[in-house]
Design a protein around this ligand. Structure first.
Ligand code: GTP
Length: 197
């Protein structure tokens, strides 16, 4: 049998309110394109990108979830399989920033404890900001996760976010704790599994 031409497969998930730019971030990262239109994601979608980190080939499977409330049940089922989660808000929308805590509360209960998370403030190219960098940084610090200001429009920091997650997942060996179906391979987390949605 032919061996796969990569060393690891990492599953990532992008979550956040509808319209914060999740699909655009993914499109920028994978296809280096940007669209001004908001075509709301229906349920969930994914794209694949191959990257190299220190001569290791990594296949990133990136899930783009719908931000609309009506799809939340579907989205939640993908939390457990995620090795990395990008929690996005739109810096021109205070409401999307306020909702970060709701999204975080969901992954608190639904993700594997090893999952690496990062907070991003998207649309950093815009002038009409409602949320400052300091507020974003403070929230990320309180949640004990990384923080990036991004723009899917200009591409600012987009590659850095994905590279940061891939490095953390590899270096912390997160992939050893989460298998294909998202079930924790470490039996000591059996009680954690029951709490999951
Ligand atoms: P749902 O699929 O409904 O959850 O939305 P989403 O978060 O995937 O939003 P989407 O990527 O479709 O972007 C929503 C709108 O914001 C679109 O009109 C995009 O053009 C715009 N947008 C996304 N990212 C940026 C950005 O970095 N800068 C600017 N100026 N606009 C952006």
């Amino acid at each position: 049998m032919e061996s796969p031409n990569y060393d690891y497969v990492f599953k990532l998930l992008i979550i956040g309110d509808s319209g914060v730019g999740k699909s655009c971030l993914l499109m920028r990262y994978v296809e280096n394109e940007f669209s001004e239109f908001h075509l709301a994601t229906i349920g969930i979608d994914f794209k694949v990108k191959m990257i190299e980190l220190d001569d290791q080939k990594i296949k990133l499977q990136i899930w783009d979830s719908a931000g609309q409330e009506r799809f939340k049940t579907i989205t939640k089922t993908y939390f457990r399989g995620a090795m990395g989660i990008i929690l996005a808000y739109d810096c021109t929308s205070r409401e999307s920033f306020a909702n970060v805590t709701n999204w975080a509360a969901q992954f608190e209960h639904c993700t594997n404890p090893h999952t690496v998370k990062v907070l991003i403030s998207n649309k950093n190219d815009c002038e009409n900001k409602e949320v400052s960098k300091e507020e974003g940084l403070k929230l990320a610090r309180d949640m004990d996760i990384g923080f990036f200001e991004t723009s899917a429009k200009t591409g600012e920091n987009v590659e850095d976010v994905f590279e940061h997650l891939a490095k953390e997942i590899r270096d912390k060996e997160v992939y050893k704790h989460i298998n294909e179906s998202g079930i924790n391979l470490n039996t000591s987390f059996a009680s954690q599994k029951k709490k999951c949605c």
